[in-house]
Design a protein around this ligand. Structure first.
Ligand code: CP
Length: 308
């Protein structure tokens, strides 16, 4: 079995069989990384470059660990400490890195479509680790994998994505991934932070947090991404928290236990309180743990397509 795509540029380029294959492969790697010896020799002949043009904690370290667990050679590139600062273009930068015999490029970039652009201009496999406000495919894969692990399946589950959907690449990738697997998706947040076109994707909008939480099995909570806002989309953080912040009292009044997710980083006390983030309803750290196995699966499956 092979992925239907040469790169991982976005969930919109995957089909359901691809996701099933990634999850089956991730199941295998999750067992591997829970062994005393957490490495396999599978990718000893593969070299991977991690190019991060934006800050990252989870994604960057998770990719690096996934690559090392697969025994690939790994180089890391941080734009802020590179010759990008001297005006070198993206294509020149990547072609120079590829001249060092690199096979796979993992890239986070602030511009929408940066991964697609790169895939058309360089001879390497590209994995999108987040492109602007567009897609974050491995985050959506690890999110669905974590729902599947917690609830047995994604099919038929009701997921609400709460918060700043407008500036979120996690939201779009999650919508595509969840719908491919037969989940129902709603978004909930201030109308100014919900993209106008979202209903054309078959997603319902709910602006009442209580109603959204009463409906769902899982709430995936997003941070308000102030760093992406040229103007204020909401009067104040305090008002945002009053209307859309999730606290334990709201959850206790639902009369059922929903699953709480968050891609991180968390703004504790704004979109979610610490007691909720750290509660037994939260699978936030399971998401992070699963990220390594899911990224191992993606890298391994793409590497199988490389002709040695
Ligand atoms: N979830 C996520 O993308 O986190 P980082 O920005 O820390 O990588």
């Amino acid at each position: 079995m092979s992925l239907s795509t040469e790169h991982l540029l976005g969930i919109k380029y995957l089909n359901k069989q691809d996701i099933d294959l990634i999850f089956k492969t991730a199941d295998h790697f999750k067992a591997v990384i829970n062994r005393p010896i957490k490495k396999v020799p599978s990718l000893r002949d593969i070299t991977i470059a991690n190019l991060f043009f934006e800050n990252s904690t989870r994604t960057k370290l998770s990719f690096e660990l996934a690559e090392k667990r697969l025994s690939a050679d790994v180089i890391n590139f941080s734009a802020s400490q590179s010759s990008v600062k001297k005006g070198e273009t993206l294509i020149d930068t990547v072609n120079n890195i590829l001249a060092m015999k690199v096979d796979i490029v993992v890239m986070r970039h602030p511009n929408v479509g940066a991964g697609v652009f790169l895939s058309k201009h360089v001879d390497a496999k590209i994995i999108n680790a987040g492109d602007g406000t567009h897609e974050h495919p491995t985050q959506a894969l690890l999110d669905s994998y974590s729902i599947r692990e917690k609830l047995g399946s994604v099919k038929g589950k009701k997921i609400v994505i709460v918060g700043d959907v407008l500036h979120s690449r996690v939201a779009l990738s999650n919508i595509f991934a969840l719908q491919l697997q037969g989940a129902k998706v709603k978004v909930c947040g201030p109308t100014t932070l919900i993209p106008k076109h979202i209903t054309s994707l078959g997603v319902e909008v709910e602006t009442n947090l209580k109603k959204a939480l009463e409906w769902c099995d899982v709430a995936n909570v997003l941070r308000v991404q102030n760093e992406r806002m040229a103007i204020n989309y909401f009067p104040s953080t305090r008002e945002y928290t009053q209307l859309f912040g999730i606290n334990q009292e709201i959850l206790d009044n639902l009369g059922k236990k929903i699953v709480i997710m968050h891609p991180g980083p968390i703004n504790r006390g704004v979109e979610i309180t610490s007691d909720v983030a750290d509660s037994d309803q939260s699978i936030i750290l399971n998401q992070v743990e699963n990220g390594v196995a899911v990224r191992m699966a993606v890298i391994y499956l793409l590497a199988q397509q490389i002709k040695r």
